[in-house]
Design a protein around this ligand. Sequence first.
Ligand code: ZN
Length: 388
Amino acid sequence: MAQTGVIPAGAVAIDGGRVVWVGPERTLDRSVRLRRGGRTYRGNGGTAVPGFVDAHTHVLFAGDRAGELPLKAAGLSYVQIARRGGGLLSTVKATRRATDAELLAGTLARLARMARSGTTAVEVKSGYALTHAGELRLLRLVPRLARRSGLRLVGTYLGAHAVPPEYRGRADAYVTAMVRATLPAVARGRWARFCDVFCEPGFFSVRQADRLLRTAQALGLGAKVHADEFEASGGARLAARLRAVSADHLLASPPADRARLAAAGVIAVVLPVTAIAAAARRPPARELVDAGVPVALGTDCSPSTWVEEMPGVLAAAVHAGRLAPSEALCAATVNAAAAIGLADAGTIEVGRPADLSVFPVRSTDSLGYRFDVRPSVVFRQGKPVSSA
Ligand code: ZN
């Protein structure tokens, strides 16, 4: 993960939205000729990096939960706030009530801020409707959000985000409803590429998560697990057993389970801002890399941990997670792309989409060092789309 392949004094040539050449600037002129009407952009000594891939978000929601902060400050846990009908279920209420137009507008504003910080691809989970029709409605909004934002979005079905109020005390019946009706509909319509489950005491047990994810895999969806965020409840072990694409959070996973993830080739999606803001823990990024697990990064943008910009996530991964800046960059680009099934994203490579940013910093080490650095220009599919 520390091998980023930096080219000092490098240049990139783009044609038709794709990278056609990359190498040292001194060999640019003899390698590439600028097409008539083509344009040159000067990096001015800055650093070009692949567009960030945000591998874990709950960005599609309505409302906000700023009112919970005094409860959190008083020491109530996420689970305690949830049990009082606050937390996630209050977002479910707001999201169910919101019109499509309201959901699109709020989410597009968040995606636009993500894009300005250098993000070019984002995983988007459902999970704030928790009904058959409501979850499908959220997933159907994802392609519309992609068209309107210009970002590459990957949908994940997270009907198992929490047990909905209609099924209180009957989690098994809710899992049965997802297995029999919603998952097949999601797969038939290709509304999501992955199925995720919140595997945690008070939410879904390992047995229920196993049932759901096996069904999803049989239907052709990739498996993801919200694992061991609050307790070592077997989520990482389940992800390893099912050869899930990723296991996310992992704050409480025992060291032996890291070895299991490594052996099974599961990508660990570390969410450092949530670790600090929601759980007051340090993310075990260093430990996961040392155990041989490929680590990816995400914002976990949600009404619980509202963070949109990846540069701050890289910095949190470096400062709290003890990754080297080069490792954090790898985690936020090529590894994050692998965590959400985008085989052609996360690198600046010939033949791949020209999704990249230029940051006004001398080296990639400054990413991960400076918490709120912004790119001077972002290219998506070869087109400059924003600049600071
Ligand atoms: Zn999450």
